[in-house]
Design a protein around this ligand. Structure first.
Ligand SMILES: *Cc1c(COP(=O)(O)O)cnc(C)c1O
Length: 222
């Protein structure tokens, strides 16, 4: 199957109000252009430098999503163009994003990454840590960020019941966050679901799916 065919078959089976992010990490520019020509505009990368290099040479109406774990010292390389940062899991990172956004006189949309998988290696905040961050007085000082929702990754398992439960828990938590709404907290996006589990994620209330290998084929690394 071609990239074009893969994209069409996925977009034809997901509801219209669901955002499909094509995860293009490690993929060559030619493959991204093929997806672009098929109409895809949202792309996801997990390394800031790789994303910045691709931004420089690709069409400027692409919306770039940073889905990887963030190193604060690299935020400056994407602050002028990034559309949505999915993997924010500390106040310190939010402060750095705010600082860099201010330099470019813009507002950067962020998702808080919440740890829902049982594996010890996954990044992310606990539910309690997320609430603590949203309640904190210091958050009000960050005028150039907008917390637009949450991102989560389910356990890497064949057991769909585990995956479903993890997504369900995140959706319930997401719904409970409406009480924290403020000038820089507007939780409308729930980013969950990848190639292997996006169908379950959509059944459990995802609004944004991040799909790589089901569009571009399998990756050699990462
Ligand atoms: C790589 C990656 C994806 C896409 O994974 P596929 O299984 O190829 O669809 C989605 N989200 C994150 C955070 C990733 O790192």
């Amino acid at each position: 199957m071609s990239i074009n065919n893969n994209l069409n078959s996925i977009s034809n089976t997901i509801p219209e109000n669901i955002a499909l992010i094509a995860v293009s990490k490690t993929q060559p520019v030619a493959s991204i252009l093929e997806a672009y020509q098929a109409g895809q505009r949202g792309f996801g990368e997990n390394k800031i430098q790789e994303m910045a290099e691709k931004f420089d040479i690709l069409p400027k109406d692409i919306e770039w999503h940073m889905i990887g774990h963030l190193q604060s010292n690299k935020v400056k390389y994407m602050a002028h163009f990034v559309h949505l940062i999915h993997g924010v899991d500390s106040f310190k990172t939010l402060e750095e994003i705010n600082k860099q956004a201010l330099k470019h006189n813009r507002n950067i949309n962020c998702l808080l990454e919440v740890k829902i998988a049982s594996e010890a290696t996954k990044f992310g905040l606990s539910f309690a840590e997320t609430e603590k961050l949203l309640k904190s007085e210091e958050l009000k000082n960050l005028k150039n960020i907008n917390i637009s929702g949450l991102m989560g990754m389910a356990s890497f398992t064949e057991d769909n019941d585990i995956i479903r439960t993890e997504f369900k828990n995140l959706k319930n938590f997401f719904d409970s966050l409406q009480e924290y709404k403020s000038f820089n907290v507007n939780p409308t996006i729930l980013s969950m679901g990848m190639s292997g589990d996006y169908k379950i994620a959509l059944e459990e209330g995802s609004t944004m799916i991040r799909v790589g290998s089901a569009i571009f084929g399998s990756r050699n690394y990462n």
